[in-house]
Structures are given as structure tokens and as C-alpha cells.
Write a protein that binds this ligand. Structure first.
Ligand SMILES: [Zn+2]
Ligand SMILES: [Zn+2]
Length: 407
């Protein structure tokens, strides 16, 4: 493997100038959700250029190709998301977003580019793959819809995927720019259920409350009753967070409004806790509204499952990264004791995590020490694209290594 790993790193380095150019092209053209009218054709055109003749569109806006298959073996999936955020970019970079209120503020332009780099590298080493590598270019991660859409459309079948890996960049972090981070096994990202509660009351004159049903009163009681979940119903050893992020009702001081809405998120790191919390959440909301004669309905905007890092993939990833960069040239969370699974951000690749063993490899691309002050989803977030080749090589090497170890 060691000869192959140095070839892969060399190939990746040679691609760096073109990868940077692609990333900046994509950065200027951020697109949202499934609406990837420029991004998707760009990806397809590059794959064609690299010699792929098996490009398939999957679901509403996803793209996939496989590479390898000349030698028998398993199937390793590597994934990049392609969508941006509805944010107005406030950076001063010369390749800033050309579209108001759209910005690649989560670095998905970096992911797409690095997976294209891996596509090129792997195509050039196709004969050496023990099995098959499936590339997944995914839309709509930010709305938590794209991964599920591609799974429903068959991305994990034909050929059947055995394990799956993704990279996510991170800026404004205390790690040297260009450092790959190996996560610890059995850690991951929390689930994220975003909800809206609509409370239907009955509007009335502010001087005649007896004629109405006050939805604000019902909403306040719902908010308070939900606090009991943390305080009394869930084991304190099982972390979860319920946040109400908006509460809207009424426009006039002397009118009891007709309805109110509350929206928020539920995050946990265990599927069991998630199930229990959601069930009790729904019971509490509906019954609290009923106590006051109002009617509450709940709708979910997104439901991201828990994302879990598989210990086997972590161990294999460690060997891959050691081959590629040398020991000590990447951060190994297990080696430095960062092994606790906390409630954190979420990732819609959790849907894949429900079907196959998965791993999320973070990639530090903006050291706070170097002045990268703003993290993902901030209008001033910047991501250093001078190390895209490392991400491309990591995608390729993690797949090659695991496949050769699991023939
Ligand atoms: Zn994001
Ligand atoms: Zn993201």
C-alpha cells in the first residue's frame, strides 16, 4: 500500500491548481437544496472529462459513478454534498458569491471539489481497486432532505454499499490549516428534528377574554411543560437538547390573537432517546393546548437521524492516513482522548448511518490563529482552499485501504 499511497498524494498535489479553480467557480455560484442547475452539470462535465462513462443521476438532483470493479471485493461509498445556504456573503474574497442571499457558507463547494479530485485519482488507479468505490454527489444537505432522497432512489443498492465515508471541512477551529482529523469510534453527530407547533385558539377583543381562546397562554404553558422532559423524564446520563427558537403571535396590544406558532429543534445522540423524547414531546404539546381549549398541531421540517462513527472504519482510516501523511501529521481524536459523544451539530448523512457503517472525517481549513474567525454558516466564514488535494487524497486512500483490508 505504501507505494500506492505516495503515488496518490503526488497525483492529488498535481491536481491542486485545478481543484482550487473549480472550488472558486462553484463558490461564486452557490445553489440551494435540490436546485443545482449549474452545480450538477459542472460535476457531470468533470466526471466525463475524467473518463467516466457510467454517470447516473439519482433522485431529485444527485449524481453517482462507480470506479473499480476489475478485481472482486466490497463496495465503499464516498460522499460530498453540493448545496449552499440562504446567507448573504459578507467576505472580501475575490471569488465571493455572485448571487445575493446565497453562499457556500458550510464549505460544500470544497467537498464537491475534493470528491471530484478523488474521482480523477481513482480513475487513474482503477486497476488497483480491490472491489468498487461508489461516489455520491448529494444535493440538499442543509435541508436534511438530500441523503434520504438519494437512498430512497437506490444509492445504497446496485452495487450494494457495504460502508460509507464523508468529509466535512471546519473553519475557525484550533487546528493547523490543512489538517485531517480522524474521529473516535462510537462518536458522531446528534439527530436533529426541526418542528413547528401551530396553536389554533380563538381571536377576541382584548377587553372580552371570555369570548376567545388565547393561543399565547397555551403556547406559554406548552413551553414550560416541555422543560419537564429534561428535568424529570429522561435519564440525566442521556444528553438531549430541546430548543424553542421562535414564538410568534399577535400584532396588536388590544387583540387576543387567533393563533400562535412556536418552532424549535430536538437533538439527541441516541436513537432510543430520540424516539422517547419525540413521543412525549407530541403528547405534552397536544394535551397542554387542550387544557385551555386550544388545538395544537405539529409539523416537522426535517428529521436528521443520529450519525455514528464506526470503530472498524476509524481503525482502517487511521492506517490510511498514516500511510498517506505519516504518523503525527493528522489529528487522531482517540489518541488525544477526545472520545466522548456530545450533542453537537447534525448531518443528514445520518440517514446512511442507519443502513451501513459510516465515518465522518473532519478537515481543518481555517486555524483561528491565522485569523479565521468565523465558522460554518456565518456570512463572513472563509475556508482555506490551498489544501484541497489532501481531502481528495483522503477520500481515495480511506476507500482503497478499507477495500484492500476487507477483500
Ligand atoms: Zn451546514
Ligand atoms: Zn455542511
Amino acid at each position: 500500500m505504501s507505494e500506492l499511497s505516495s503515488l496518490i498524494l503526488e497525483d492529488a498535489k498535481a491536481l491542486q491548481p485545478s481543484l482550487q479553480e473549480y472550488r472558486r467557480w462553484l463558490h461564486q455560484r452557490p445553489e440551494l437544496g435540490f436546485d443545482l442547475v449549474e452545480t450538477k452539470p459542472f460535476v457531470i462535465s468533470k466526471l466525463k472529462e475524467y473518463g467516466y462513462d457510467n454517470i447516473r443521476e439519482v433522485g431529485k438532483a444527485g449524481v453517482t459513478v462507480t470506479v473499480g470493479g476489475k478485481k472482486p471485493g466490497k463496495v465503499y461509498l464516498i460522499r460530498a454534498d453540493m448545496d449552499a445556504l440562504p446567507i448573504n456573503e459578507e467576505t472580501d474574497v475575490e471569488y465571493k458569491s455572485c448571487t445575493p442571499n446565497k453562499m457556500h457558507a458550510c464549505g460544500h463547494d470544497m467537498h464537491t471539489t475534493m470528491l471530484l479530485g478523488a474521482a480523477k485519482i481513482l480513475k487513474d488507479h482503477e486497476e488497483e481497486i480491490d472491489g468498487t468505490i461508489k461516489l455520491m454527489f448529494q444535493p440538499a444537505e442543509e435541508t436534511c432532505e438530500g441523503c434520504k432522497d438519494m437512498i430512497d432512489a437506490g444509492i445504497l443498492e446496485d452495487p450494494k454499499v457495504d460502508v460509507a465515508m464523508m468529509i466535512h471541512v471546519a473553519a475557525a477551529v484550533p487546528a493547523p490549516t490543512g489538517t485531517i482529523i480522524l474521529p473516535a469510534g462510537k462518536t458522531g453527530l446528534s439527530s436533529n428534528d426541526q418542528f413547528t407547533i401551530t396553536i389554533q385558539g380563538k381571536g377576541a377583543h382584548g377587553a372580552m377574554p371570555q369570548d376567545g381562546i388565547d393561543p399565547i397562554n397555551a403556547g406559554v404553558h406548552i413551553f414550560q411543560a416541555l422543560q419537564v422532559l429534561n428535568a424529570r423524564e429522561i435519564d440525566p446520563n442521556d444528553p438531549f437538547i430541546l430548543t424553542i427558537g421562535s414564538f410568534n403571535s399577535g400584532i396588536a396590544p388590544n387583540v387576543i390573537p387567533d393563533s400562535a406558532t412556536l418552532s424549535g429543534t430536538i437533538r439527541t445522540i441516541s436513537s432510543k432517546v430520540r424516539e422517547k423524547v419525540k413521543k412525549r414531546f407530541e403528547e405534552i404539546v397536544v394535551s397542554q393546548a387542550e387544557v385551555f381549549g386550544a388545538k395544537a398541531t405539529i409539523s416537522y421540517l426535517s428529521n436528521c437521524p443520529v450519525f455514528l462513527n464506526d470503530p472498524g472504519l476509524v481503525a482502517s482510516g487511521r492506517r490510511a492516513l498514516t500511510e498517506l501523511f505519516g504518523q503525527g501529521n493528522f489529528i487522531d481524536y482517540e489518541a488525544i482522548g477526545m472520545t466522548q459523544f456530545r450533542v453537537a451539530g447534525s448531518e443528514d448523512f445520518g440517514y446512511a448511518s442507519e443502513h451501513v457503517p459510516t465515518i465522518l472525517v473532519p478537515f481543518a481549513v481555517g486555524d483561528v490563529k491565522d485569523g479565521f474567525k468565523y465558522g460554518a454558516h456565518h456570512p463572513k466564514a472563509e475556508f482555506d482552499d490551498n489544501y484541497l488535494y489532501k481531502g481528495a487524497a483522503t477520500y481515495a486512500m480511506c476507500a482503497l485501504t478499507w477495500l484492500s483490508e476487507n477483500k
